[in-house]
Design a protein around this ligand. Structure first.
Ligand code: SF4
Ligand code: SF4
Length: 386
């Protein structure tokens, strides 16, 4: 059975005990930041770290205007806990698809990180783009065991790290249903090329000849000189699947076919498994924040009302068990009024996107069941409330 440890985010203080002088009203042990330390200690999730290990903290830095990413005080606490075990932490995040926006290349990502409160000073560790300055630094790994993706492109900073701690904000996601540890590793630790593969069925983007007026805008942006505009084709061997040309075309003449929700989830799991295998699953630890559980992922430059109340933090050495436990806890929690959760019935996280993208984390659960039903079993150990 896979152990998943849990600290509740409530801070219950008995005023009668305060008045009787038994406890202090200013009890710092009630702080979730300090409970995170307790969780790390009890779960032993950082016990994988040896002196001198370079440790990646993989998290999401959000976009300009995203308000509900994991706060820097927690990141700092984690970095200091890693240091206290002799590890050398760095904080990392990958580039999104495209070339236009800050979140699509390493330097832009750093700008967003600073705006959202993540700097070396606030987090006590340096921030390093996971796949380089332009989002092109990745390593191809074979993935024969993959259901749909037989090769995966893992970010260089992840390949270079000795240990990886996934620090995931759990929330809804329009393509995955739920974004948590599996998505943090499967999407967050791979380069643009794999991001393309897990979103689209196409081998490469395709120029629709009769919609292209040969304006040349795509060739100006393409970082690989992969577009032969005379023949209106993209050259497979040169194209890095960055998605830049698609956004650049004023005529929408470059097309891709989106994967359906089920295949997207299977591909996310393929990528996550490939990253775990490439580094060795024993070199990972997982921490899921069930705090600010908003309906849409941190890639968008806003946040809607949370769908359920804050729950707490989970930690585990098993990526599948921690996500299944997170999914179950959220679906069991009371829905918050004036949120998207109150507009639908059924399990909260399975219903948010049911009538739009159809995204549902249950596709991942179904695949995990096929792979090994043991992956779904977990033992939830609540660390005693103070
Ligand atoms: S940007 Fe679009 S219309 Fe212009 S050359 Fe490229 S594919 Fe053709
Ligand atoms: S042709 Fe390929 S490499 Fe060039 S911009 Fe388009 S997706 Fe990127």
């Amino acid at each position: 059975m896979n152990n998943v440890y849990f600290v509740n985010s409530r801070a219950i203080i008995n005023v009668k005990d305060v008045n009787a002088g038994k406890i202090s009203f200013f009890n710092s042990e009630l702080s979730l930041v300090n409970k995170l330390s307790m969780l790390i200690k009890k779960s032993k999730v950082l016990d994988i770290i040896e002196k001198g290990d370079i440790v990646a903290i993989k998290m999401h830095w959000g976009d300009h205007g995203t308000m509900k990413t994991i706060r820097s005080i927690y990141v700092r606490k984690l970095a200091l806990e890693i240091e206290s075990r002799g590890g050398i932490p760095f904080i990392t995040e990958s580039s999104g698809l495209g070339l236009f926006y800050d979140r699509t290349f390493g330097l832009g990502r750093l700008k967003i990180a600073r705006e959202n409160g993540y700097t070396w000073e606030t987090c006590c560790a340096p921030l390093i783009p996971l796949d380089g300055i332009k989002g092109k630094d990745y390593v191809k790994v074979k993935n024969e065991e993959g259901v749909q993706l037989k090769e995966v492109y893992v970010g260089k900073a992840i390949m270079d790290a000795d240990k990886i701690i996934s620090l995931a904000h759990v929330k809804g996601h329009p393509r995955a249903g739920m974004g948590a540890a599996i998505k943090n590793i499967g999407v967050g630790c791979v380069g643009k090329r794999s991001k393309f593969n897990l979103h689209f069925y196409n081998e490469i983007p395709e120029i629709i000849a009769n919609e292209c007026n040969q304006c040349g805008k795509c060739t100006q942006i393409c970082p690989e000189n992969a577009i032969d505009i005379n023949n209106k084709i993209i050259i497979n061997d040169l194209c890095s699947r960055c998605y830049g040309c698609i956004g650049a075309c004023p005529n929408k003449a470059i097309k891709v076919e989106w994967c359906n929700a089920k295949d997207t989830n299977i591909r996310i799991l393929d990528c996550a498994n490939a990253v775990l295998r490439a580094k060795g699953p024993e070199n990972f630890g997982f921490i899921n924040f069930l705090i600010d559980i908003s309906p849409i992922c941190d890639c968008v430059p806003y946040n809607d009302h949370n769908v359920v109340q804050d729950i707490g933090i989970l930690a585990s050495k098993n990526i599948y068990a921690i996500d299944v436990a997170s999914f179950d806890l959220i679906n069991k929690a009371p829905r918050l009024p004036d949120s998207v959760a109150t507009q639908k019935s059924g399990d909260v996280l399975s219903q948010i996107f049911s009538d739009s993208t159809g995204a549902d984390f249950r596709y991942i659960i179904d695949q995990l069941k096929k792979d090994n039903p043991e992956n779904l079993k977990y033992n939830l150990i609540e660390i005693e409330r103070l």
